[in-house]
Design a protein around this ligand. Structure first.
Ligand code: NAP
Length: 283
């Protein structure tokens, strides 16, 4: 078997077209959806991420504000900026790029963002809403993974899904979204005794670990759908995922590439959440 590729770039283009249409409809009503992106410090990877997010807004008819502060910014100053953005009617989404410098409590920062503008979906109120099945913003990466499943007609209902990783931003919300979609869900992590035992039973595997080759061909059920969230570097410095792509592609039914898989979907779902916020605000 050769796995079909789930092309995150193509799906993103399609969904961003929808974003641009919804943004145009809002603009006709005098509302320009607005995203504020806050970056503190000079982390080079973070600078690339925020640039990509701002560009994606610009390309799809959203207004964006990039606020870049020196690493010496105090927590109090950052919280004050977030409170000002919470009160700014032109801003429908607020994103604080992580990681933050060590002297700033990221949890306190996220909890200061108004849940109505929490387009990253990291606020405890958003996590709680997901847990109890209430409307709220879904974290962009797992939300994008769900869209990828939908795009290939894979309904998780009744399927066994194994999520590898239990972080608050990927693994846990991913598992909750799959559960909400009526999958039977297993969550694996660094203390899981026999990872392959679990993954071999899975119809859907989502790998969100941050280590190369965590999932190899012998750990995958023939025909399974495999979503690779990981972002790592190989020995040549090239971007790669958590999955042994060449090996798993021979066994899986569908597989996401890295790059060009989950990565572009994450930014697309950020745009979606921002549009959704502006639409709710306008309703
Ligand atoms: P994280 O907070 O470091 O979490 C990693 C998880 O993997 C933890 O739950 C950890 O278990 C588990 N783990 C570590 N080693 C393992 C092993 N050998 N077997 C099974 N589980 C293991 O990372 P994250 O923020 O969730 O991100 C995960 C990966 O996704 C990273 O590569 C990140 O760069 C990537 N990512 C990509 C996107 C995108 O847009 N493409 C977005 C977000 C993240 P414990 O909890 O027991 O430590």
């Amino acid at each position: 078997m050769t796995a079909k590729t789930i092309d995150g770039n193509a799906l993103s283009r399609h969904l961003r077209h929808e974003v641009a249409e919804r943004a145009a409809l809002l603009r006709e009503r005098g509302i320009t959806p607005g995203l504020a992106v806050i970056l503190v410090g000079e982390n080079p990877a973070s600078q690339v991420y925020v640039r990509n997010k701002v560009k994606a807004c610009h390309d799809n008819g959203l207004h964006s504000v990039l606020e870049h502060y020196p690493a010496a910014m105090t927590e109090a100053e950052l919280l004050a900026r977030i409170k000002a953005l919470n009160a700014d009617a032109a801003i429908h989404g607020i994103l604080v790029q992580l990681p933050l410098p060590g002297h700033i409590d990221a949890h306190r920062v996220i909890e200061t963002i108004a849940p109505a503008k929490d387009v990253d979906g990291f606020h405890v109120a958003s996590a709680g809403a997901l847990m109890v099945g209430q409307p709220g913003f879904r974290p962009c990466t797992p939300y994008g993974c769900m869209k990828m499943l939908e795009s290939i007609g894979c309904d998780p209902k009744g399927k066994h899904a194994v999520v590898i990783g239990r972080s608050n931003i990927v693994g846990k919300p991913m598992a909750m979204l799959l559960l909400q979609a009526s999958a039977t869900v297993t969550i694996c992590h660094s203390a899981t005794a026999d990872l392959g035992f679990h993954t071999r039973q899975a119809d859907i595997v989502v790998a969100a670990v941050g280590k190369r080759n965590v999932l190899t061909a012998d750990m995958v059920k023939p025909g399974a759908v495999v979503i690779d969230v990981g972002m790592n570097r190989d020995e040549h410095g090239r971007l790669c995922g958590d999955v042994d792509h060449a090996g798993v592609a021979k066994v899986a039914g569908h597989l996401t590439p890295v790059p060009g898989g989950v990565g572009p979907m994450t930014i697309t779902m950020l745009l979606m959440n921002t549009i959704e916020s502006a639409e709710r605000n306008a309703a």
